[in-house]
Design a protein around this ligand. Sequence first.
Ligand SMILES: NC(=O)c1ccc[n+]([C@@H]2O[C@H](COP(=O)([O-])OP(=O)(O)OC[C@H]3O[C@@H](n4cnc5c(N)ncnc54)[C@H](O)[C@@H]3O)[C@@H](O)[C@H]2O)c1
Ligand SMILES: O=C(O)[C@@H]1CCCCN1
Length: 315
Amino acid sequence: MGDMPAFIPADVVEKSLDYPTLIPLLERALINFSMGSEGGVVQPVRTIVPVAKHRGFLGVMPAYSAVDDALTTKVVTFYENKLSSEIPSHQATVLLFDPATGVLKAVIDGKVITDKRTAAVSVIATKLLKSAHAEVLCILGSGAQALSHYHAFTQEFLFKEVRIWSRTGENAKRFAEAVGGKILVCSTPQEAVTGADVIVTATMSTQPVLFGDWVKPGAHINAIGACRPDWRELDDNLMKNCVLYVDSKEAAAKESGDIVLSQVEIKAELGELLNGTKTALPDKTTVFKSVGMAIEDTVSAKLVYDFWTMNKESE
Ligand SMILES: NC(=O)c1ccc[n+]([C@@H]2O[C@H](COP(=O)([O-])OP(=O)(O)OC[C@H]3O[C@@H](n4cnc5c(N)ncnc54)[C@H](O)[C@@H]3O)[C@@H](O)[C@H]2O)c1
Ligand SMILES: O=C(O)[C@@H]1CCCCN1
């Protein structure tokens, strides 16, 4: 019998993932992914099992990166109706295997990985697609993704103003108090969005929360929610008047209601912008529609495992 797999909890994951390390790693993973078989990434579109009785979903997200020689699968659940405020709407575990033998090496908390790698990929998109003079950041939503995006964006960019709107005003106020930074709490999404240069939509909404009429021409939007083919965060007006970028064309065309229902053409994957085969158009109104990719979890989990291996004596 070999060694038991390591169990790596959320607090260790938190310590091992910082944005300056994560961002270049994810840029490389996005490039490798968009290079097809040449990039050495094997990543099928995830399997989603609806748990209709409880308005929940189970997702299974496997990937292998030949360049990193890393093999993982994330198992993620997400629930529309939270029965308890103590239980997050999204919960995840990443299993990391030894690619040479198939042995399970580690069971890693996947919640922090999901929160941080998603925000890091939005930073990558924003660096490529925001206008040169972007000053105002607006976040719609006040949950886990809103929080990781707030931290990543305020670390990686210098915005003059940060605004937040949340469906429940109290939650937006709590968010602002918790982060402690200078942040303007808005009472309507339109107020929050008007004049914003960079917008993050990070809600569990199934109907549009962001309307093209409100959006400043040339703004960049990171659309993080609406990961089911019949869910929306952005209206048709916005979708039809933007230049649209995604993480994975194949997954976005299957999973994103904003794309499936508006039938808007995808301009490019982030990996194609990063490797120079397609051009970013930062002067246009741009949307990065993020659905989330397993390979992002793979490279993040490897970083966590390497950190854990180096520090395990002191943990
Ligand atoms: N693209 C990715 O890689 C990726 C990764 C993880 C999560 N997500 C998605 O991001 C979104 C946010 O996830 P989270 O972990 O922050 O969830 P969360 O439950 O922590 O937060 C959800 C937020 O959405 C708000 N909300 C819920 N219903 C709403 C509605 N009808 N209108 C407006 N706001 C509403 C809630 O008040 C809360 O502020 C979800 O759709 C999730 O599936 C995407
Ligand atoms: O990429 C992810 O991890 C998430 C899982 C839940 C649905 C949205 N995307």
